[in-house]
Design a binder for this molecule. Sequence first.
Ligand SMILES: NC(=O)c1ccc[n+]([C@@H]2O[C@H](COP(=O)([O-])OP(=O)(O)OC[C@H]3O[C@@H](n4cnc5c(N)ncnc54)[C@H](O)[C@@H]3O)[C@@H](O)[C@H]2O)c1
Length: 326
Amino acid sequence: MLHARALAQLSGVKIVAASDPLLKEPPKLPSGEVRLYAGHQDLLARKDIDAVVIASPENLHRQAVEDAAKAGKHILLEKPIATTLADADTIIAAAERHKVKLMLAHILRYDVRYAQIKAAVEQGVVGRPLVCYARRNATIQEARRLKGRVEVEEYISVHDIDQVLWYFQDRPVKVSAEIARGPVMQELGVHDYIWITIRFAGGGLAVVETGWGLSEAIGRWKRPSSWGGFGDVCLELIGEKGSLYLDYRPMTLAAVDEEGWKFPDTLHWPQLHGEVVGDVLEEDRYFLRVLRGEAPVISTGQDGRAALEIVLAAMRSWKEDQPIRL
Ligand SMILES: NC(=O)c1ccc[n+]([C@@H]2O[C@H](COP(=O)([O-])OP(=O)(O)OC[C@H]3O[C@@H](n4cnc5c(N)ncnc54)[C@H](O)[C@@H]3O)[C@@H](O)[C@H]2O)c1
């Protein structure tokens, strides 16, 4: 319901309905009453809805997009686009067939720091990208929340894979991945960490390191209640003429008290004076610009498919214990 909260803050937006089979009560938004439906078809039948955000579990995206597109609703779809390439293709085709706008919620494209890297690369500041390393390690609470429903590459690596593809603008030709199993595997049956190597046609190389096995202590504090925890994130990109560095550990703010160290999320969806701010708000604001015809979609269905193709190749690579050629 994070998108609903963020979108409701934007002028000209009214959140009128939500659909979730597991919710008991409609979300409470300061902007007014929200009608809750158990199934999305009733919501889609409403004539007063122009656009929907689809943030259901990954394997349910295809059906939801097909139905929303058929009903003529524009769509902001959470990552990963789907869990199979066949579903991704169906999603893209459905949006095209019914002429609705489809924007993938690859949130880092709406983070000012990642977008600055893109601008620097595009303007030739570092020359042709040669290598990129991106890390995103979350705490074990994140893995527990999902109860083993997806692998970490489907849920988290996809963010950084999308960034790497955005920066390199080259064709990936080979993917290798190695995993490490630890407490997450023991408790939930999915692996703890994955390191993915992506080789590009032009010779570029990227390494995406992802996991969700960091100590609970990093995000377990109780105070301040408005602080949300995150993990350990960084990115470096080295090109022929220069390099770029991003370090999110901590995200510019840290505290220590009797509970221990605290590193809050100050970037993705922190609260500011009772509102949701950060990347998610920027992403939703951008979606609104797309809906109004003021901006093009910059995270397309094809971008979602491209990132998924690498996720799936990485999964094949560790399962078959060999590099996968694309
Ligand atoms: N961009 C990001 O940073 C980000 C962060 C978290 C999650 N996500 C994405 O959002 C999606 C949901 O992930 P999550 O972590 O919020 O999962 P979640 O399990 O926490 O929440 C999913 C919600 O979907 C509801 N749901 C279940 N079946 C449904 C159905 N048939 N129709 C409608 N709703 C249904 C559940 O009741 C639940 O409220 C995934 O695609 C995930 O990858 C993106």
